[in-house]
Design a protein around this ligand. Structure first.
Ligand code: ZN
Length: 161
């Protein structure tokens, strides 16, 4: 997100040089308003049989995707990963482990990728957010995740470990 107005006082920002870069600056607050990419988490949910949970979201695409969501203010990335998995699948992760980060240009999100380990169980989904959830073998998951979705890269990087 690149600021055009000061998030503190609402003044129109001007461009000012700092460290060889042109950055939006508020003349009234005398501070730079550096662009920010909103941090999200994306989780590869894995069970004890090495099966992967993929969901179909109620809104947006028809594609099956990994669990993902924004990091809330005051949360660590690990806490956000735990919360999102619980909210979107109804399952409680035994552990979450950081894998790698990804930049999602379309929405200017920095996505922090985790593997979340859960015991295999029935999903309890919230129908307003998630249409369906299911377990897939690694090969099936690789096939279900379309090219270009971040979950495909996360799966690849998890398998490399
Ligand atoms: Zn200002």
């Amino acid at each position: 997100m690149t600021f055009r107005y000061c998030p503190e006082c609402g003044c129109t920002l001007v461009q000012r040089e700092t460290a060889g870069k042109s950055v939006p600056y508020c003349e009234s607050c005398q501070q730079f308003c550096f662009p920010v990419s909103l941090p999200c988490v994306i989780c590869l949910v894995v069970n004890e049989y090495n099966e992967i949970a993929l969901i179909k979201q109620t809104y947006a695409t028809k594609n099956k995707v990994c669990i993902a969501g924004f990091i809330e203010q005051g949360e660590t990335a690990e806490q956000a990963a735990l919360r999102e998995v619980k909210e979107e699948t109804g399952l409680t992760p035994l552990s979450v482990r950081y894998i790698s980060s990804y930049y999602y240009e379309k929405k200017d999100n920095l996505m922090l990728g985790f593997a979340a380990f859960v015991n295999k169980a029935e999903f309890h989904i919230q129908p307003d957010e998630v249409e369906s959830a299911a377990w897939y073998s690694i090969d099936e998951a690789r096939h279900e995740l379309s090219k270009g979705v971040t979950g495909k890269d996360l799966l690849r990087d998890w398998l490399r470990e």
